[in-house]
Design a protein around this ligand. Sequence first.
Ligand code: KG4
Ligand code: ZN
Length: 359
Amino acid sequence: MSNTEPVVLGIESSCDETGVGIVRGNKLLANAVSSSMDEHVRFGGVIPEIAARAHLEAFVPTLQSALDTAELTLDDIDAIAVTSGPGLAGALMVGVSAAKALALATGKPLYGINHLVAHVGVGVLEGTVLPPTFGALLVSGGHTEILKVTSLTNDVQLLGSTIDDAAGEAYDKTARLLGLGYPGGPAIDKAAKDGDRKAFRFPRGLSLPKFVGSAENPGKHRNNFSFSGLKTAVARCVEHFEANGEEIPVADIAASFQEAVVDVITSKAVRAMQEQGLKTLLLGGGVAANTRLRELLAARCASAGIALVVPPFSLCTDNGGMVAALGAQLVADGVSPSGLEFATDSSQPVTNIVLNSRS
Ligand code: KG4
Ligand code: ZN
């Protein structure tokens, strides 16, 4: 065997996806994912206890499936990486306990790593070459963040994030209001195709001058997002039609809601890249599947001279491959493993890329 790059097993369980991925260096060998999404449908959102129980049931089969696909056994693995946070506490605990058990049984080094940075780390797979410093925009049911990445393994900075709902969460809640199914993102994306995005002018959260300030004198929320006002505006709009006994123009509301989300996300992300002098933006998270987000972000990045990198969709949503990818970078950079003593951290800050054994 001529290949000496580290083989890393990555475990993800921060929300409703149980993911086990295997990479060799920057090459993805397997990416098995089991989702409990169907079990949450009737509640219209992820129920933490159900997610944790589903991880418990799915872990061993998902691990076996990843090993089978990669045609490897645990003996071939050089290191194990697991999401330690941020995420749902009970869900994280299942993945971390499983990872510790595997590390203990096999004697392999274990890394407890940051889920958000793993979403970015996935960008090095599949032959994509990222510049030394770049930006990332993460948009999913659990997060909406703009990051500046100077080093994937030791320098990630949070430029902005949502102060209330995540973008995907806003999609899910709005879809419920409009009587569309769960998950709401794909349902609104589809409905919006037949609607007029200018039919209603819904609020762009935290876009007023008092929040954004200027480049020289930035406001507190220059790079932050808020979607709760938008959700309320859609609710009032729906109530208005109901009160008048009129049919609710679902497609127009969906298209106008989507435009408000996507307009504010793309304009804030591109402005942050420009102000930080960043020339490459990586997009990640489940909302990266959104047709209009991709279209508007691509157009705005192009006119600002920013290269947009969008990994394949299966790597944008939560998966173990991204955890393995970041783990392999840590191994390659000679970063010390976390040991077996660390605890999960459901609000792990993005600056804490890898836990050390005393944290
Ligand atoms: O990354 P992900 O699979 O899980 C986490 O939340 O971490 O993202 C799921 C979110 C859901 O809120 C879903 O509604 C949203 O991504 N989503 C979309 C689309 N597809 C999935 N949002 C907008 N448009 C889509 N096409
Ligand atoms: Zn995620």
